[in-house]
Write a protein that binds this ligand. Structure first.
Ligand SMILES: [Zn+2]
Length: 396
């Protein structure tokens, strides 16, 4: 999700979620929130002794992960989820682990809502974030998100009208993409609970006798990213510095900042990494993400420098052969490169700034139109976002 704004509201989709009662059921219930077969197992996973991950397949929009570090008599939770319901489900699943080691501190790794909009479920405890992240979090508003949801619904209606009008197919595509992106989440009753303590640089914590280091690595994905390093377990909880099997999305940049963050992760010497989206991974996958940025950054600058627009550059790179040859075409959501290329362009022009809600909505619309053309080439990598009849109408 965006750092600046985004999203939403949705139809009350929670009715389709299985109501689990036992821990076993809870783990079983963690299936993908968006359409598609699971690419990895969801739910609670022990990463190393006393370090756990809560994984939400398949790592697409709002399918975010969280981390738990258990010490002697105290625990640290790394991130909540995008809505209170999803957060309560996670807390119920980890309750047996924290029964004798209550969560005393919550870390929010960055400002995107899918990592902190469930904070109200832990109100009253210490909540940590970087100063840069907290500055952005303060500007967010669920009401703004609801307006985007209402817009998607209005577009869906417009796209379904049996009337010929210009770009009807585009409207249907955008409505399907935006509507599907928001459908699994329920934003009613959200009370934003911001961090209670902020820092810049690095902060060392004692979690029930275990040393845990919070390391600021932003701006990269967002303005105030941090990673959590647990040296005794050789685990890094990297949040949205790592997207695994899912195309990363760069709201803040610059690319060089993100690459530096990834190199720092490798230098820490971690054996296992918990990404913000996707399955637990090793150093090889971290290197793959470095390879992606080392390809996308220069390639985008070449196109942009030749006078092509952000949209033209994204089409050229996402639908071209090189992304396939380099093995990045199999990552979910390749159309997200459009946002990253927009960020690369802004830095190139010396005009980088936080996207406002209107710009984020615009980015969603453009991604929808790009995503429509990807399945015809890449098969199962993305979700079909429009109906054949809508396409016919558009091309007619
Ligand atoms: Zn995220």
């Amino acid at each position: 999700m965006s750092s600046g704004a985004v999203v939403c509201e949705s139809a009350p989709a929670t009715t389709s979620r299985p109501e689990a009662t036992t821990l076993e059921d809870l783990a079983l219930a963690v299936t993908p929130l968006h359409p598609g077969a699971p690419r990895f197992e969801g739910g609670l996973s022990e990463v190393a002794p006393g370090v756990h991950a809560w994984l939400q397949p398949n790592g697409l929009l709002g399918e975010s992960n969280a981390g738990l570090v258990i010490g002697d008599g105290a625990s640290l939770l790394v991130d909540t989820l995008w809505d209170p319901h999803l957060t309560r489900r996670m807390l119920a699943a980890i309750a047996p682990l924290t029964a004798n080691a209550p969560i005393e501190t919550l870390v929010n790794t960055h400002s995107d809502g899918d990592h902190w909009w469930g904070n109200q479920e832990l109100d009253g405890i210490q909540i940590l974030a970087t100063k840069a992240a907290a500055a952005v979090m303060g500007a967010q508003s669920p009401a703004e998100m609801k307006r985007f949801g209402a817009l998607a619904r209005a577009l869906r209606l417009a796209g379904s009208l049996p009337l010929p009008y210009p770009r009807r197919g585009d409207v249907a595509t955008i409505a399907a993409y935006a509507g599907e992106a928001l459908r699994p989440f329920s934003f009613d009753g959200i009370r934003l609970v911001p961090p209670t303590r902020t820092f810049s640089g690095e902060l060392e914590l004692d979690v029930g006798g275990r040393q845990v280091r919070l390391i600021e690595v932003g701006p990269a994905h967002t303005p105030g990213d941090l990673v959590v390093w647990v040296p005794d377990a050789e685990v890094a909880i990297a949040a949205d510095i790592l997207f695994i099997g899912v195309t990363p999305i760069m709201w803040a940049g610059p690319v060089e900042g993100w690459i530096a963050a990834l190199e720092l992760l490798l230098e820490l010497g971690a054996k296992r990494f918990v990404p913000g989206h996707g399955p637990i991974c090793g150093p090889g996958e971290v290197q793959r993400l470095i390879d992606y940025w080392r390809w996308l950054g220069p390639a985008a600058r070449t196109h942009l420098g030749a006078g092509r627009s952000v949209a033209e550059t994204a089409r050229g790179l996402v639908l071209g052969d090189e992304i396939d040859e380099r093995g990045f075409a199999d990552w979910l959501g390749p159309e997200r490169a459009l946002v990253s290329i927009g960020t690369i362009d802004a830095h190139r022009r010396g005009a980088a700034k936080l996207r406002g809600p209107r710009e984020v909505i615009d980015a969603f619309f453009r991604m929808a139109l790009l995503a429509r053309d990807i399945p015809t080439r890449q098969g199962a990598a993305t979700v079909e976002t429009t109906t054949p009849s809508a396409r016919q109408t558009e091309t007619a």
